[in-house]
Design a protein around this ligand. Sequence first.
Ligand code: C2E
Ligand code: MG
Ligand code: MG
Ligand code: MG
Length: 277
Amino acid sequence: KARYQKGAVVSFFEAETDGEIQRELDILNQLRFGIQNEEFTVHLQPKVNLMTAEIEGFEALARWYSPVLGNVSPAEFIKVAEQAGKIRELDNIILKKVLQFQNERQMKGLKMVPIAVNISPVHFYHESFVNDFITLVNQYNVSSQFIKIEVTESVELFDFQKAKEILLELKQFGYESSIDDFGVGFSSLSYLQQLPFSEIKIDRSFINDINDSGMYAVVQTIVQLASNLNMHAVAEGIETLEQFVLLQKMGCRTGQGYYFHKPMSFEDTKKLLNSIK
Ligand code: C2E
Ligand code: MG
Ligand code: MG
Ligand code: MG
């Protein structure tokens, strides 16, 4: 599996089967064409207020249909893009599409909610990230409150000082950031306390097992931690009514998951947004 080392992005492979290696090579070979031929699209998944059912925002998720490979999931192509030095380009393709969507709504005076884009840690720690990001948002003239950032914690790349600087700079320009997939990665609490994230996204694997009493306690602790740190908790991957009710009961404000909405096209998002006031 791919591993990163701090500093330079060094990757090596350990014990992958021939089939896995071939698949990664196929993806790598097609990625260039995919980017050139604009094969990437965006789906948006609502973030729902668990108390009021209001849609608070959306998360942008990359989708790729390759004429050669068919649908390829982000779980596969993001990793390859990171290793191949293509992830900044890919993240920015998605960001631009989101900005175009928001710009259009802004120009037309339509209802707007924030949209969060996923930024790979490889991209996040790149020296020109903040500058590139702000330049792009400004190019599309989208107000900073309508674009947010989700970044997954990465043990391999984690750099406390740098993360703090980047998050602070973004915050000064009005951009809020979430820590994604919280709980499964690094999650040092003493660091978290000093990092200016506005939101903690509790990993789907925790929500999946929330009907287990031990896991219930873990999720409840994360929700309380978020509240104590003045951050806002979001539960990922809510699939059942039971999970929804348990999260609501423990005071988790926001949730996402198939129980509410699957990720949807821009067209369906427009219909959904236009149907609410
Ligand atoms: P993530 O940011 O944690 O996104 C949540 C993932 O969970 C998405 O998978 C979403 O489709 C899926 N999901 C949402 N609700 C449910 C549910 O109720 N049940 C289940 N089983 N799954 C649910 P997806 O779209 O396959 O993306 C996987 C990961 O790929 C994302 O995890 C994110 O880390 C990464 N990713 C996606 N788009 C981008 C992108 O544009 N840039 C970067 N750097 N990473 C991206
Ligand atoms: Mg995310
Ligand atoms: Mg997540
Ligand atoms: Mg996740």
